[in-house]
Design a protein around this ligand. Structure first.
Ligand SMILES: Cc1cc2nc3c(=O)[nH]c(=O)nc-3n(C[C@H](O)[C@H](O)[C@H](O)COP(=O)(O)O)c2cc1C
Length: 366
């Protein structure tokens, strides 16, 4: 409530012309929170609702996470659990430092509850993130690290570029997310095609085995686009199962512009990936498809248009084991995170009750 009445109007005013300015201001505040242990601990007490879950051998204090892209450079690592998150995904980070696309490159569509971005993986590179993580105090939640391809690296050289980031960041990640679905790096989505994906994921598995040296390797999730057809997703899932991928993140932003409020058609014409409310149903239905297609064998992190606690519950109901929020945090603030954990607890209770007392079948009539 405080966020919507106080913080959001200030931030949206700062970012009236440029949404990225508001984003940078928020990260600066949060990076201060991140380094102050007492403030962090006090905020964790207020904001974090516990609902422990274990997925892929990782224990999460609750299943609501921060989606990739918000803290690409790892500037506010300690702040995310203080806002109530049960995990945070840093990145997407690339092998090489890069400035991203020219500004402006982030737009808010307020009536649609949406954001368009074409950031283009602006980040300081894997080495700089590793240095920041080395210096950071211990974090109160699991960390995922999203890795992607450097823009300057041709698509044929993508594998060594991903492996460089994997090696550099291996000690710091509880899991890795392989980003092959951002619409803002030319050619990146081609890596979702079966043969390219098989090569990339096979190499990541082999490198993970080598680094882990007999210990269990870090789980790897693959993040997919919402713009794939069902048959393309089915093929991609086969490759994931073949190459020992731990799970899928569904979904990234969309190139589609359906469900945008018509009064915002002019901003909607900006190139880039669309997130937020217009994505809610699309992402949820992809999560449902992945869950059904794999018979629940691949854990799913649901991402896309979780703007309210009810949206989070629907994502769990569709088959997600964990969910992530980005646009919902911008529009609703940390209460969306807290509310989603509470709603998850209710959902989990109902699900356990239903499993314990399945509806009795009518007895066959003779
Ligand atoms: C400004 C912005 C930057 C993003 N950057 C990344 C990124 O670097 N890597 C990534 O995997 N996803 C990125 N995303 C996508 C989000 O992680 C998320 O999957 C997507 O926005 C859908 O969730 P939402 O509707 O809750 O925002 C970005 C999204 C936004 C809005």
């Amino acid at each position: 409530m405080l966020y919507q009445t106080l913080a959001r109007p200030v931030l949206f005013r700062i970012g009236r012309g440029d949404a990225e300015a508001a984003h940078d201001t928020t990260l600066r505040w949060l990076s201060r929170v991140s380094t102050q242990r007492q403030i962090r601990n006090a905020l964790i007490k207020v904001n974090r609702v516990n609902a422990p879950v274990e997925v892929c051998g990782i224990r999460f204090p609750n299943p609501i996470g921060l989606a990739a892209g918000m803290d690409k450079k790892g500037l506010a690592i300690g702040a995310w659990p203080a806002l109530g998150f049960g995990f945070a995904e840093l990145g997407t980070v690339t092998g090489q430092a890069q400035p991203g696309n020219p500004q402006p490159r982030m737009y808010r569509l307020r009536k649609s509850g949406a954001i368009i971005n074409r950031m283009g993986f602006n980040n300081d590179g894997a080495q700089a993130l590793a240095a920041r993580l080395t210096a950071a105090p211990p974090v109160d939640c699991p960390l995922g690290i999203s890795i992607g391809k450097s823009k300057a690296v041709p698509i044929e050289q993508a594998v060594p570029d991903y492996l460089h980031s994997l090696r550099t960041l291996y000690p710091f990640a509880d899991y890795f997310a392989v980003n092959v679905s951002s619409p803002n790096t030319p050619g990146l989505r081609q890596l979702q095609d079966s043969s390219a994906l098989r090569e990339l994921l096979g190499a990541i598995r082999a490198e993970g085995d080598r680094i882990a040296a007999g210990r269990p390797r870090r789980p790897v999730f693959v993040k997919i686009a919402p713009d794939l057809t069902e048959s393309a997703i089915a093929q991609l899932l086969e490759v994931c199962l073949e190459t020992g991928v731990a799970g899928v993140i569904a979904t990234n932003t969309t190139l589609g512009r359906d469900r945008v409020d018509p009064s915002e058609d002019a901003i909607a014409a900006e190139p880039g990936g669309l997130s937020g409310r217009p994505l809610t149903e699309v992402s949820r239905e992809i999560v449902r498809f992945v869950h059904t297609e794999t018979g629940g064998r691949l854990p799913i992190i649901g991402s896309g248009g979780i703007m309210t606690p009810d949206d989070a519950a629907s994502m769990f109901d569709a088959g997600a084991s964990l969910v992530q929020i980005y646009s919902g945090l911008i529009y609703g603030g940390p209460s969306v995170v807290r509310g989603s954990v509470r709603r998850y607890k209710k959902f989990a209770k109902q699900r356990a009750k239903a499993a314990a007392h399945p509806p009795s079948r009518p007895s066959p009539t003779t």
